[in-house]
Design a protein around this ligand. Structure first.
Ligand code: 7UC
Ligand code: FE
Length: 295
């Protein structure tokens, strides 16, 4: 197994010759280390069966099935399927997921530590994932804005991006919305996390889910503060040229893993509707989202 630090402005490390059957305890410990410290680990030339993909996820934490079953792989509920493919059994997974700045499960009480993403079928072009490192974004905030958010909290909700399910057809919209609020009540988290492994401070704000900011005593602060954070961190740039944004492209066989506390991401889908499918496994590690006290 060869771990190469990427150059020419690309983030993370690239791993050549990773074989899950031959990997040693030490190899896996090194990958975990890189995941937290370099944020992105790309395993090249993988040919994993679904069971092997899930087993790989277990090396980084405890996999959890997505709360909405319509995303599940028909035989493996721990695999989340993003696909525009109609198979003999109908639609599998959900098309065009995640095309907005977010962190996976940011709207849940216990967001995922690590996401493993494994494209199964790639369109000929324009398929990738945009990323922003929110520890870097925090460091680059203007001092005024950094001061303004010290000790504050944000609220996150999935409501804007919950997808209508086939079983919702003919239901009153109001009932569907009430169900979303009941199943995924908004969550409050510190605006700035402290990474439990690296100790880095992370701006925990994403365009898709963050809708409110309040001071330490729970008094609401102006919404314009969220807009400023989104803007300075690069999330409102329609050209994706903001210096905080980087694009991870995919070659067939790539399996990409990332630190879901530090990085936010946004899917880039090919607009032509060419067949595309990807599998994802998400895991919880043994740490809280944010270290309460970092010594
Ligand atoms: O359909 C989607 O884009 C799924 C999204 C709302 N949630 C992904 C996640 O894990 O938070
Ligand atoms: Fe996502």
């Amino acid at each position: 197994m060869d771990i190469v630090t990427r150059s020419d402005g690309r983030r993370g490390v690239e791993v050549h010759g990773f074989d899950p059957v031959a990997a040693t305890v030490d190899d896996l410990a090194r990958l975990r280390q890189h995941l937290y410290h370099d944020k992105i680990v790309v395993l090249r030339a993988q040919t994993l069966a679904p069971e092997q993909f899930i087993a790989l996820g277990r090396e980084f934490g405890t996999p959890a099935a997505y709360y909405e079953p319509m995303y599940h792989h028909p035989e493996h509920e721990l695999i989340f399927v993003s696909s525009n493919r109609q198979s003999e059994i109908g639609q599998v997974g959900v098309p065009k997921t995640g095309a907005f700045w977010h962190s996976d499960y940011q709207f849940m009480p216990d967001p995922f530590a690590v996401t493993l993403f494994y494209p199964q079928r790639l369109p000929s072009e324009s398929r990738g994932t945009y990323f922003i490192d929110m520890a870097v974004a925090y460091e680059r905030l203007s001092p005024r804005l950094r001061d303004a958010i010290e000790g504050t909290y944000c609220r996150h909700s999935a409501r804007r991006y919950v997808k209508i399910r086939p079983s919702d057809v003919y239901r009153p919209l109001e009932d569907v919305i009430a169900e979303v609020e009941r199943k995924t009540p908004a969550q409050r988290q510190p605006t700035v996390l402290t990474h439990p492994v690296t100790g880095e401070r992370i701006l925990y704000v994403a365009e898709a889910f963050t809708y409110e900011i309040e001071d330490a005593s729970g008094n609401p602060l102006p919404k314009s503060l969220i807009d400023e954070l989104l803007s300075e961190s690069g999330q409102l740039d329609p050209t994706f040229e903001h210096p905080n944004i980087f694009l991870q492209g995919y070659e067939p066989g790539d399996l990409v893993m990332w630190d879901n506390r530090t990085l936010i991401h946004r899917a880039l889908h090919n607009p032509t509707g060419e067949p595309a499918e990807s599998f994802r496994v998400t895991v919880h590690d043994e740490h809280p989202l944010s270290a309460e006290v970092y010594a």
